[in-house]
Design a protein around this ligand. Structure first.
Ligand code: GLP
Length: 252
């Protein structure tokens, strides 16, 4: 695992955007696995700026998002469909047909999940998977469990996740209780993974996930087993990690 210690959120976002841009430039028909949450916003903003300046062409890129709330339609402002359009996909040269997000409006969970796995297969897997980290160690919406999940599945969101994500909703009661998420196996099959972390509130879970025991109780800990993973974090989020503070790039 490579760990990149940026000085702050802005710096981390620039580094992450550079890595995504390099992927798009080196393999213009890449399949990008995309994440939501507040952490990737700075990187998306930078990519949009580079695209608008003519430096990045997304015309052959396909994107596969990690997850969607069950029951939310794409027009709902809290849906991940809406988030992606608003913060990234709506500002670059990519068509709707090239972008995939689980269908939160499909009431049949088995169908929604099987359809999404078929899409991932048809795309030939993911070249670069971008991840954020939940406060309880979740990736996508893979919550702490007794085992690592495989394919796309319907999850019951943990209370702590509902509380953490309530900030995006009018009230905590509006936060959906379930979501469709890509599974750990699909994430681990990505050729490369970049996970982004930011802020002091994540420092304990970051240490547990990347320097602790590999356990499904901390889903992100499985990333320690992936052969091409980069953790990009700011100093605050990496504060509890046993790395040298004055070194920007750390190999583990
Ligand atoms: C949500 C998303 C995750 C994301 C996590 C962290 O639960 N499903 O994909 O990584 O939030 O979000 P943030 O970056 O806002 O801390």
């Amino acid at each position: 695992m490579k760990i990149i210690c940026a000085k702050d959120y802005e710096h981390a976002s620039k580094i992450a955007a550079n890595m995504i841009a390099a992927q798009v430039i080196m393999k213009p028909d890449s399949v990008l696995g995309l994440a939501t949450g507040s952490t990737p916003l700075g990187a998306y903003e930078q990519l949009i700026e580079w695209h608008q300046k003519g430096y990045l062409n997304f015309s052959k890129i396909r994107t596969i998002n990690l997850d969607e709330y069950r029951g939310l339609c794409p027009e709902n402002e809290q849906s991940y469909h809406f988030y992606m359009k608003e913060h990234f996909l709506g500002h670059i040269n990519i068509t709707n047909e090239q972008t995939y997000i689980p269908d939160g409006t499909e009431p049949d969970a088995d169908k929604a999940c099987a359809d999404y796995d078929a899409i991932i297969d048809t795309c030939g897997g993911i070249d670069l998977q971008i991840l954020g980290l939940g406060h309880n160690g979740h990736i996508g919406f893979n919550e702490p469990e007794a085992f690592f999940s495989k394919g796309t599945h319907c999850v019951k969101l943990a209370e702590s996740t509902i509380r953490a994500n309530a900030r995006f909703f009018a009230s905590i009661n509006d936060v959906p209780k379930e979501a469709y998420t890509m599974g750990i196996k699909s994430i681990m099959q990505a050729k490369k993974i970049m996970i982004m972390v930011s802020g002091e509130a994540k420092k304990d879970i970051v240490r547990q996930a990347f320097f602790g025991t590999i356990t499904p109780q901390v889903p992100a800990s499985v990333l320690q087993l992936h052969r091409d993973v980069v953790l990009v974090g700011d100093e605050a989020a990496l504060a509890e990690c046993p790395i040298e503070r004055d070194k920007e790039l750390w190999n583990r």
